[in-house]
Design a protein around this ligand. Structure first.
Ligand SMILES: *[C@@H]1O[C@H](CO)[C@@H](O)[C@H](O)[C@H]1NC(C)=O
Ligand SMILES: *[C@@H]1O[C@H](CO)[C@@H](O)[C@H](O)[C@H]1NC(C)=O
Ligand SMILES: *[C@@H]1O[C@H](CO)[C@@H](O)[C@H](O)[C@H]1NC(C)=O
Length: 407
């Protein structure tokens, strides 16, 4: 008889808050996160050997996941406003820093001044909720084995990518549109490149653990969507221009394409993109670790950390078996490197604005993730500094999801 087993199992689950189902004891085939690190942390949590930092991060993750159980699901079809020409299934957003002149056309660029008018175009916010919640819920499923998290993650993903009447078209032709002009802009692709690899990791966790509720049909459809999306990114004029950009935009686009390629098992393509990133290190980071294109921005500390989040996430993708491009130790001909660029942020990240001689505010926590990354690959300055950099307001989730987060 099956029934009597149930209460026993539930009691165990309640006692430890952790399901010990065997399919969960695997290293997920994630693309940015390292699966074996997730498994190592899960094993500690299951065996009650988590130290205080891991335990606190786990509890924070669980709280966040609980809060997300009754949120969403979201879809591009929810929108009330869209760029002229965009269909209801097309992702559409307004460029962040454009303002009307005399209340009308043309709209002009004002760096550092986000226009609230953009908030009327809700696809941008909803894609953020979808990115974050699928990531948090999948991780909560992985660590607790409580299927309510897998169910909600699957619901959120299915609503955005799979259901015919809801799903988004796998292209981004109407992002970052500027009112009074027709069509989107290629740099609107950043809306996706800056966060989408979290979704890939979320799905990889569900698939690697054979999560309930994420069906064979979902798996096949999600793969198809990503194959089409990658093709669009690789071949469209927008996609090519965004990848060619010589600032944070280009690195984010490379990170996005390499992540999708790895997810789809296209290792040669992921490798080619990771090799291309070496040229970007040479061109965009000085031997002293400055990133001149980001230092030009009015929020120069934020943008330096933001570009490095892309570089470091790409370095993590490149580290996976099948890709194996060593970006985390790569040095350009003049000694340029990603680690140098992290080092450059450390004085301000530990001591604040008085150690930053460029424009804009210094929110020290914005560098926390990339300093965590540098410490994890053995950078001595970063190891020394990491505990002196404050956690972001939502808390330090590095122990349960060890990759630089978007701040
Ligand atoms: C949002 O759209 C509404 C309706 O079109 C408009 O009245 C309002 O001014 C817009 N909000 C902003 C911040 O522009
Ligand atoms: C998603 O989470 C990040 C922190 O990981 C936060 O900065 C961001 O504001 C969140 N976005 C949304 C739309 O909630
Ligand atoms: C893409 O870049 C090319 C070459 O710089 C440029 O001629 C073209 O106008 C750009 N396309 C778009 C859509 O901005």
């Amino acid at each position: 008889m099956q029934l009597p087993l149930l209460p026993v199992f539930t009691t165990i689950s309640l006692l430890f808050g952790i399901n010990t189902a065997p399919t969960l004891d695997v290293a997920p085939k994630t693309v940015v996160l390292q699966g074996h690190k997730l498994l190592e942390r899960r094993t500690k949590l299951v065996n009650n050997r988590a130290g205080p930092k891991l335990q606190a991060a786990f509890e924070r993750l669980e709280r966040e996941a609980n809060h997300l159980l009754d949120k969403g699901p979201w879809s591009v079809t929810d929108k009330k406003h869209r760029a002229p020409g965009a269909g209801i299934h097309d992702y559409s957003s307004m460029a962040k820093y454009y303002w009307p002149t005399n209340g009308g056309c043309p709209y002009v660029y004002r760096d550092g001044h986000p226009n609230p008018e953009r908030l009327n175009y809700t696809d941008h916010a909803e894609r953020g909720y979808m990115f974050n919640s699928s990531y948090t819920l999948s991780l909560a499923w992985y660590y607790t084995g409580d299927e309510k998290y897998a169910r909600q993650a699957a619901k959120v993903l299915r609503n955005w990518f799979i259901l015919k009447e809801k799903r988004m078209n796998p292209s981004i032709n109407w992002a970052g549109f500027i009112p009074c002009q027709h069509g989107g802009t290629f740099y609107g692709i950043i809306d996706w490149s800056e966060g989408y690899t979290m979704v890939l990791d979320a799905v990889a966790i569900l698939e690697s653990t054979k999560a309930p509720h994420w069906t064979k049909h979902d798996i096949a459809e999600f793969k198809k969507w990503n194959t089409q999306f990658l093709h669009w990114l690789d071949t469209s004029e927008f996609g090519k221009n965004e990848s060619a950009a010589r600032n944070n935009h280009g690195i984010w686009a490379l990170q996005l394409r390499a992540g999708i390629a790895l997810f789809l098992g296209k290792h040669r393509e992921a490798k080619r993109i990771a090799e291309e990133a070496k040229h970007r290190v040479n061109a965009q980071i000085t031997p002293g670790g400055e990133q001149p294109e980001e230092l030009k921005r009015s929020a120069s500390f934020q943008y330096s950390a933001f570009a490095l989040t892309a570089f470091t996430r790409l370095a993590m993708i490149a580290r996976h078996p099948g890709v194996k491009v060593d970006l985390w130790r790569y040095k350009g001909p003049k000694g340029q490197s990603i680690q140098k660029a992290v080092d450059y942020l450390i004085p301000a990240a530990t001591e604040g604005k008085k150690r930053w001689h460029h424009s804009g505010p210094v929110k020290r926590y914005e560098a926390k993730g990339v300093i965590h990354w540098a410490a994890s690959v053995g950078n001595k300055k970063a190891k020394k500094a990491v505990d002196d950099v404050p956690a972001p307001p939502w808390g330090d989730l590095w122990p349960v999801r060890p990759a630089p987060d978007l701040m």
